[in-house]
Design a protein around this ligand. Sequence first.
Ligand SMILES: *Cc1c(COP(=O)(O)O)cnc(C)c1O
Ligand SMILES: [Zn+2]
Length: 433
Amino acid sequence: MTAVTTVDGLSAATPSAATGLRCLACGATFPLAPMFEGCPICAAEDDRVNLRVTYDYDAARKTLTPDAVAGRGRRGIWRWAELLPIDQEGARISLGEGDTPLLPVRGRELGEVWVKDESRNPTWSYKDRLCAAAVSYGVQSSAQICAVSSTGNHGAAAAAYAARAGMPCIVFTRPDVPATMKILMQIYGAKVLATTRLGRWALLRAGTDQAGWYPMSNFTMPPTGNPYGVEGFKTIAFELAEQLGWRAPGTVIVPTGYGEGLSGIWHGFEDLQALGLIDSTPRMIAAETATSGSLATALASGASRPVRVETSPSLAFSINAANTTYQALKALRDSGGCSIQVNDDEILDAQGHLGRQGLFAEAASAISLAALISGHAAGMTLPEPVVVIMTSSGLKDPHAAQARLEPVVEVVPEWEALVPLLPPELLPTPSVS
Ligand SMILES: *Cc1c(COP(=O)(O)O)cnc(C)c1O
Ligand SMILES: [Zn+2]
């Protein structure tokens, strides 16, 4: 078939190879439909398990080749249209997300380490990939109103993509999130309301049931999420394989709250292996806060389901979740991975280390490098190359970083006054006075 090629190089006829939804635990399959509370069969047994989109890999293999994706004029997540659940080209909403840089991390004798800088996305976090996919599915399935519960990044991304799609959006957040987060959500035109941690989910559920809102995030316990949105995270795996010359990394470390990012990235590697585009898959490592650790607790106790834990405040508030998803636990087990927990001090160290290499990561995002440094110090050997996902920009919460910085000193505009204030590396010549 000779397909019509649009200006962005994606064939107008590039179809999605999505075939349905499948329960990750019992294996029951369902047609592609708006299902946001996990598997109904497992739920009937009081078990909350995630659904995952399935694909016809034989169909995808025909058009999704390394050359084809490299040659597609449009950059970003829709280069991988075959492996995303949106069939109508007109529904593929984009703000130019994805195709973020992969940069080497220097120093600390950590081996071959790369950082995937997701702060370059349109709303400066990796949630843009999730929300591009989720809003697009909303458009395709004729959703009218987007709704989300978020500590910030998810809400900002949902608001921006809903705006781009011309849909109203409502965000439930918490009163204590940084002002930057609230401003972002509001500037994109969303209705933003602050409430309690669990109240956010109750209100989201009520609006979904009563007013037909389209839920872009969790509202069940344990979380099940929007299975179409999670597919967007797979494109991180696709880009990593391409950026590393069509090989998988040895290890991928992901800042983890509900683990939608972690499991989405893992599913991306599974897809690539099914297509024969990579011959190994990485170990997936969850970087969790020392103040939460749902995955670490489940793994340590051998639990088959996510474990709810008590939390206390952390600088990494974007990931400090009391509960995680079944799919995240499964991704760690299937990939031979584990969880590494780190505290705020270790996070700030890693944030400084990235800063001195030209990268400014939100605390919740610098935690992936912090976990690597901590794992290394504890004698863990991780298969290389190691990729740490830097999920968001430090500008989301600059005050967290400021705590470690010296106050800016004022100086009178005279050389003699300046010299005593300068560190030696800025004065290479002997005394100038
Ligand atoms: C949401 C978020 C994460 C974690 O994503 P989950 O899918 O909840 O694990 C990581 N980093 C940042 C900056 C986030 O906003
Ligand atoms: Zn099931």
